[in-house]
Unconditional design. Structure first.
Length: 189
């Protein structure tokens, strides 16, 4: 399984949303919609089950939405489909078998580290192309990245404590959705 944890400090679970508000940049929900879209595009192309875990890290939130991509009923047609689908996922998670949990970042990562290799996207990490040579089909991998902001120092410390593997895409900064595409590309067989 390939899991992607996208940490968002701005998105809240119970905010009222419309396509117009998302396009207008409300809470930067659009970032998460693009991540969903990019993962959806890969679900038929690689031999791994894909999972998008959105961690809402606002101090008053601390909520996880765990989205198994195989539960998205059809391939999304584009960014607008992705926005509509994600709005529906947030408002009606049971329809898509989305697990919603109130949990802090440390416990989330401790739980995942029991059966996943954890990778953290950081400019100081090892080159993804080198690390990808060791990926094997039957393993579980988890990639942690910020949505539009880097992780907090406390969140980075949690990752250090669980012995994550720092991984880098190079010197350039990328959008979270592009990071997902670049990582998925490494898993083409």
């Amino acid at each position: 399984m390939l899991s992607f944890i996208v940490v968002s400090s701005t998105v809240r679970k119970d905010t009222n949303r419309s396509v117009k508000s998302v396009v207008g940049g409300q809470e930067r929900f659009d970032v998460l919609a693009r991540c969903l879209l990019n993962l959806d595009r890969w679900k038929e192309r690689i031999q791994y089950d894909l999972n998008l875990t959105i961690f809402l890290s606002h101090p008053e939130e601390q909520t996880v939405l765990n989205i198994p991509l195989q539960m998205i009923p059809s391939t999304l047609g584009g960014e607008l489909d992705s926005v509509y689908t994600l709005i529906e996922l947030f408002s009606n998670p049971d329809r898509f078998n989305v697990e919603v949990t109130n949990i802090n970042f440390e416990n989330l990562m401790l739980n995942l580290s029991k059966n996943h290799e954890i990778y953290y996207l950081t400019p100081d990490g090892g080159a993804i192309e080198e690390l990808a040579k060791n990926f094997v089909l039957d393993s579980n991998y988890c990639f942690v990245l910020g949505s539009q902001y880097d992780l907090s120092e406390a969140q980075e410390q949690v990752l250090l404590n669980i012995k994550m593997i720092p991984i880098s895409l190079g010197d350039k900064e990328y959008l979270a959705s592009h990071v997902i595409t670049t990582i998925c590309y490494q898993f083409l067989s």
